[in-house]
Write a protein that binds this ligand. Sequence first.
Ligand code: KIV
Length: 271
Amino acid sequence: MSVHKEAKKVTTHVLLEMKQNNEKISMLTGYDYSMARIIDAAGVDVILVGDSASNVMAGHETTLPITLDQMIYHAASVIRAIDRALVVVDLPFGSYQGNSKEALTSAIRIMKEAGGHAVKLEGGREVIESVDRILSAGIPVMGHLGLTPQSIYKFGTYTVRAKEEEEAQRLIEDAIMLQDAGCFALVLEKVPATLGKKVAEELTIPVIGIGAGNGVDGQVLVVHDMLGINNEFNPRFLRKYHNLHDEMLDAFQNYIKDVRTGDFPNENEQY
Ligand code: KIV
């Protein structure tokens, strides 16, 4: 029996059962009501209100500038749209690194003001105290290891992480620590496929990859990237399911032409 098909609403327990049943988990980002309604209707398991909103919605170069208030605005819009998916909300940069009390306060705001189902935060051992504290309030936590974009100024580049044995070993230790602390799942970003598979085999919680190969328990993509809205972002891990950039450009150009020529509105399009 398929866990995915049976589940009327996706919970953290459903995701765990999916892993146990060898069913792959699908996750996409979502930031607004209209898009989230379509993603949910398509049957995705998890919608991530990612801090990638900072890039794709607000046009910032990194994920660092987005604020907790802005994340709550995006998350509330997504929550209003969904019937089935589990909605995980990123804790933005600066809202949890200070201390665990601050992390808990931020997570509570996401649950109370946006109605989120869970939060995600980046990092391993350095955030364990915060993970503990958030979990102690009954808020589910998803971890995020590998390339962690909130630390981009420490890494210096967006290249593949943990290619060297020492970093890979540390990543595995961090993944186990997050699981032992009580995280319900883990995002693994831009690491070698062999490492992704190893982490997924080592953990009992689902490991959801982005650029982490096919050996993990599920996949996540940024919705603007997979729809091809942004035609300047073409990493190897990205599969584009559409070329919306060109289709939208074409639609906008046609509209402008129709307005200019007086073709729009026609007789049927007026009162
Ligand atoms: O913010 C985001 O979109 C993410 C995904 C890339 C996993 O964290």
